[in-house]
Ligand binder design. Structure first.
Ligand SMILES: Cc1cc2nc3c(=O)[nH]c(=O)nc-3n(C[C@H](O)[C@H](O)[C@H](O)COP(=O)(O)OP(=O)(O)OC[C@H]3O[C@@H](n4cnc5c(N)ncnc54)[C@H](O)[C@@H]3O)c2cc1C
Length: 380
């Protein structure tokens, strides 16, 4: 068993870390307050290939593995979780689905522009009435000749405000429930697509998150990914992979909070000495770092299993469940260690505390992760 990163992964981590430190971190506070990502930052990340890490070079991707992708997610999210989720939804949920289930022609049409840095993708599964229970999707795609007509509405679509394509899930045969769900690539500039303003949120405020209504949107049959009726399976496969990215995001947020707190406790003096000298501070930080290291190993295990085409479903769910819990605990305790200053917007741990919470909710709540993990334990 090898716990070390290989040479390529180490070089990749250095690149992500340097970029995050120099380009992302200085913008994080301003983007959170503006509730918008800096468009130039997105362009720089696209140019450096951050939007195509685990995809083949034949499609314009970087040809790297899922460990490298997890490293990118950790390092970028350490500086700014909003930038992290932007990459994650695009990579795991949109590109991951097209890459795994698209035909060669579809990959050239819908994957290539998204991994070569031209376009951005998003993922439309959740609806007002269908969250954890994705089987409750009501959006419909009616076949008419050589095309489909889509009607319905999707909520909480990350990247939806500026993405070019969505991987959308709709019922092609409503009688069959999940077996009647199909997946479509829908260009977001198509006639009948209506995109709302950003949904106001507690954290990851700079990320784009919108409601998208589809009214008589016509897409050619070519845009259907997989067979009719395979949509639910495709959605679940995308989410299983996506959980590795979100778990890595949670590790990044937690590590970022620890790093900021260490700087602070060495400087801040009370009772005549730096608060880092108190055993409580040292023990708390020791416990936090141990939990973050454990979470990171769970992420790497799931990513390594995915690289090896093994069954990573439970491992990804465990990683997300554990890492998101760690991120919430660690950021809360970091705020506490920094006292009143930790609670102020001047210091980044305040933002990290707000950002951490969503990792327990999106791409399957922690309760849903427990359903997935216990389901793999053959208890019944
Ligand atoms: C910021 C943000 C970004 C998002 N991005 C996307 C995106 O890009 N694309 C997309 O499709 N969706 C996206 N989502 C949706 C997200 O995946 C859902 O919010 C999430 O799956 C939970 O669904 P829900 O909010 O409807 O909560 P609900 O399903 O209503 O859950 C409410 C509570 O009930 C619990 N619960 C539900 N069912 C069970 C059960 N069987 N057993 C035990 N407890 C249960 C849940 O764990 C939770 O605590 C995003 C959401 C947010 C907030």
């Amino acid at each position: 068993m090898d716990f070390e990163l290989n040479k390529t992964q180490l070089l990749q981590r250095e690149l992500f870390r340097k970029f995050a430190e120099e380009e992302v971190k200085p913008l994080a506070k301003e983007m959170d307050e503006a509730e918008e990502l800096n468009p130039e930052l997105i362009e720089k990340m696209k140019k450096l290939g951050f939007f195509g890490i685990p995809f083949g070079r034949e499609y314009g991707g970087e040809g790297q593995d899922y460990i490298s992708y997890a490293l990118c997610m950790e390092e970028i999210s350490k500086a700014d979780a909003s930038s992290g989720v932007t990459i994650s939804v695009h990579t795991s949920l949109y590109c991951g689905g097209v890459n795994e289930f698209g035909t060669e022609e579809q990959k050239q049409a819908f994957l290539r522009p998204c991994v070569d840095g031209t376009s951005v993708g998003c993922f439309g599964l959740t609806e007002p009435g269908a969250g954890s229970d994705a089987a409750g999707v009501q959006t419909k795609a009616k076949k008419e000749g050589d095309h489909y007509v889509i009607n319905g509405s999707k909520i909480f679509t990350t990247n939806g405000g500026f993405a070019d394509y969505t991987l959308l899930f709709a019922l092609t045969n409503p009688e069959l429930g999940t077996k009647g769900m199909s997946a479509f690539v829908v260009p977001l500039h198509a006639e009948g697509v209506d995109i709302s303003a950003n949904i106001e949120r507690c954290g990851i405020r700079a990320a784009s998150n919108v409601v998208i209504a589809y009214e008589n949107v016509v897409v050619p049959e070519f845009n259907r990914i997989g067979k009719e009726g395979e949509g639910f399976k495709i959605a679940m496969t995308c989410l299983n992979g996506g959980r590795i990215g979100i778990a890595a995001q949670a590790v990044g947020i937690a590590q970022g909070a620890i790093d900021e707190t260490i700087k602070y406790v060495k400087e801040r003096k009370q009772f005549g000495k730096p608060i880092a000298a108190f055993q409580n501070t040292q023990f708390q930080l020791a416990e936090m770092q141990t939990k973050v290291d454990a979470a990171r190993l769970l992420v790497w295990r799931a990513a390594a299993t995915k690289n090896a085409h093994g069954n990573y479903i439970s491992q990804a769910a465990m990683a997300k469940m554990f890492a998101s819990d760690v991120a919430c605990q660690v950021t809360r305790e970091c705020v506490q260690l920094m006292g009143g200053y930790g609670y102020c917007r001047e210091y980044p741990v305040e933002r990290m505390y707000r950002d951490a919470k969503i990792t327990e909710i999106y791409e399957g709540t922690s309760e849903v992760m427990k359903i997935v993990v216990s389901g793999g334990m053959k208890l019944k």
